[in-house]
Design a protein around this ligand. Structure first.
Ligand code: URA
Length: 215
């Protein structure tokens, strides 16, 4: 996860299980409980891919049978940062995989007149600058919220950031590449685009509403 000026190609996880679960997730007939369960499972699998390049070091251990050399994580500790509110749906699966990770939250809304992202909530761990961060939001639509959240994470001193989403639109991918070319994006799919209401198509609808049963 190094700082560079060239665009980092997004990682689309095309594993058959991921694509199967994503298809179930997209279906309008999937219940709230099913949507939550699938989001949790997909988030764990996306986190697995997002953490693929974490550094490890050799350690000598004793198994019940003999001494051996194993490998354990050796780099910075992790922090997951959820973009409210739908990002919270991604946290459970990621914490299943990395239970010791710290968690931050960023809440943003769009000013109708200026179209600027206004922060209404931000709480990051005190030591966030010493951690590698994975910023999460299920949907990368225009990319404006993700880029604004990442602005704030960088302003807090974080240098290594990965962005994880369930789905992205090409518009969001391009915007992120322009604003944060050093940030790797890990997703299950890059969909066709955005419709006139700003929804990703074919997409899965409003991820927050489907996660929390608010519609
Ligand atoms: N946010 C969502 O929840 N869904 C979309 O399709 C786009 C943004």
């Amino acid at each position: 996860m190094s700082e560079t000026n060239t665009r980092m190609a997004p990682i689309v996880v095309d594993h058959p299980l991921v694509q199967h679960k994503l298809t179930r997730l997209r279906q309008a007939s999937t219940s709230t409980a099913g949507f939550r369960r699938l989001t949790r499972e997909l988030s764990l699998l996306l986190c697995y891919e997002a953490t693929r390049d974490l550094p490890t070091e050799a350690v000598e251990i004793e198994t019940p049978v003999e001494s051996t050399t194993g490998r354990t994580l050796s780099g910075k500790k992790l922090c997951f940062i959820s973009i409210l509110r739908a990002g919270n749906g991604i946290l459970d699966g990621m914490l299943d995989l990395v239970p010791a990770a710290r968690v931050g939250h960023i809440g943003l809304y769009r000013d109708h007149d200026t179209l600027e992202a206004i922060e209404y909530y931000m709480k990051l761990p005190d030591d966030v600058a010493e951690r590698d961060c994975i910023v999460v939001d299920p949907m990368l639509a225009t990319g404006h919220s993700a880029a604004a959240a990442i602005d704030r994470v960088k302003a807090a001193g974080v240098t290594n950031i990965i962005f994880v989403c369930l789905l992205g639109a090409p518009e969001g991918m391009d915007y992120m590449a322009a604003r944060h070319p050093d940030v790797k994006i890990v997703t299950c799919s890059i969909d066709r685009g955005l419709n006139e209401k700003g929804y990703i198509v074919p997409g899965l609808g409003d991820a927050g509403d489907r996660l929390f049963g608010t519609r």
